[in-house]
Write a protein that binds this ligand. Structure first.
Ligand SMILES: *Cc1c(COP(=O)(O)O)cnc(C)c1O
Ligand SMILES: [Zn+2]
Length: 410
């Protein structure tokens, strides 16, 4: 049973029926899903959630579709790992990593796509599509395959090889476009007007974005039913970030956790950091820019949810951190070497931001800090390729002693 009752405009509050619609006819504000929270309060409990399926669909009381119909590859309930090695280095006694690099298509995008695909089928769409910075393409392609839908993915032509292959392998039509993500998104919006497509991050966006709330629900449950003191998360369009905040607050409103006192911090690489620049200048709107960053998954120059991210940053006393481009790969390696997690570039951005904030004393040593690792390093190997040095030898003991032991002793 799904408790979604309507769509409402985030700007003027006007309500709309549950349809494939994403923008307010009156003020052009973005639409968001509204729920019957009294009904959710009656239906849900910690016990009910805990005894649900071992994936994100255990929280379907808070999603716009119910799990009976879900196009589900087993997304969610990813590990929340205590990061003692990295924590010690940064002076943090309660540092946790939410490892969403281990989802079915190796990024958090499976959370949003499983919801959007399920809703698209419910609406009767035959074609699934997206405009993607890479990870979304892989996830849409996989869910489209599972759902037996025609699938089209649009991506910038300069993406990492691992992301192009990682989407193409599921058999969708892959269109690579000579332009930035913002060009891809604009073209895709134009095309969507003339085709009966469910574009997961355009006309399905209100449903799609709700999937990210499960990143908050899982962390709250995994911490023993509480919200952390600090969250550090990457920013592209800003949707993920705003939905983590929404998720914690819904849990508190329903009474599953105490009042939320979480400070929310966002991170971007400086080569595409419109939200960080707005934050630093005290503005509430981001000025569009052309992305030029190794963190391609975060390369959105005109972020749709910038305003709402900036509001949350202000409201919670959080910060927006711009990470130098050359720190992205370094911190992918730091995370791998300290905690055994090979994250993609977005993870390098988050760890770099975390390190900078720890150095500046923004956390008390005993506060609970959760950093979100949203994608897998196997898809962005280019960024660390020149930093790894296997030792090649002939198959004999002398060669080992000379080249390996010899190399280690000097
Ligand atoms: C898409 C993506 C993000 C950011 O998503 P938004 O919701 O657009 O802010 C973060 N990390 C990774 C790995 C992504 O693929
Ligand atoms: Zn409106």
């Amino acid at each position: 049973m799904a408790f979604a009752s309507a769509l409402h405009c985030r700007e003027c509050g006007r309500e709309y029926p549950i349809e494939p619609n994403y923008v307010c006819d009156f003020c052009f504000g973005p639409l968001e899903v509204t729920y019957d929270y009294d009904a959710i309060r009656k239906s849900t409990s910690r016990e009910k959630i805990s005894s649900g399926p071992m994936d994100m669909w255990r929280y379907d009381d808070f999603l716009p579709v119910s799990r009976e119909n879900a196009v589900n590859l087993g997304t969610g309930m990813t590990p929340l790992l205590k990061a003692d090695n990295l924590g010690k280095m940064l002076g943090l006694n309660n540092l946790w990593l939410k490892n969403d690099a281990v989802n079915p298509t190796y990024s958090f995008k499976d959370r949003v796509v499983t919801v959007a695909t399920t809703k698209a089928l419910e609406f009767g769409f035959k074609t699934l599509a997206c405009a993607s910075t890479g990870n979304l393409a892989g996830s849409v392609a996989a869910h489209g395959a599972k759902a037996g839908m025609e699938t089209l993915v649009f991506i910038p032509a300069n993406l990492e090889y691992g992301k192009i292959i990682g989407a193409s392998v599921y058999g969708p039509t892959v269109v690579t476009i000579n332009g930035s993500y913002d060009d891809v998104n604009r073209l895709c919006s134009e095309l969507a007007d003339n085709h009966a497509w469910a574009v997961v991050n355009i006309n399905m966006r209100p449903y799609y974005s709700e999937g990210s709330k499960t990143l908050a629900y899982e962390v709250a449950e995994q911490l023993g039913w509480r919200a952390p003191d600090h969250v550090v998360a990457p920013l592209a369009s800003g949707s993920l970030f705003t939905k983590i905040w929404k998720g914690f607050n819904e849990f508190a409103d329903i009474g599953l956790i105490d009042a939320v006192r979480t400070t929310m911090h966002g991170a971007q690489a400086v080569g595409c950091s419109p939200i960080v620049k707005a934050f630093d200048s005290g503005l509430m709107h981001a000025k569009p820019e052309v992305p030029d960053t190794v963190a391609k998954s975060l390369g959105i120059g005109n972020p749709a949810d910038a305003y709402y991210v900036l509001k949350i940053l202000k409201e919670t006393g959080g910060s927006a951190i711009g990470v130098p481009e050359d720190e992205v790969g370094e911190n992918m390696i730091l995370l791998a070497e300290t905690e055994g997690i090979f994250a993609e570039t977005a993870g390098g951005v988050v760890i770099s931001a975390l390190k900078r904030m720890a150095k500046e004393g923004r956390f008390d040593p005993d506060e609970t800090v959760v950093a979100y690792i949203t994608g897998n390093g196997l898809k962005t190997q280019e960024v660390v390729a020149s930093s790894v040095h296997p030792i090649n030898i002939e198959p004999n003991v002398e060669a080992f002693e000379e080249k390996v032991l010899g190399a280690n002793s000097n």
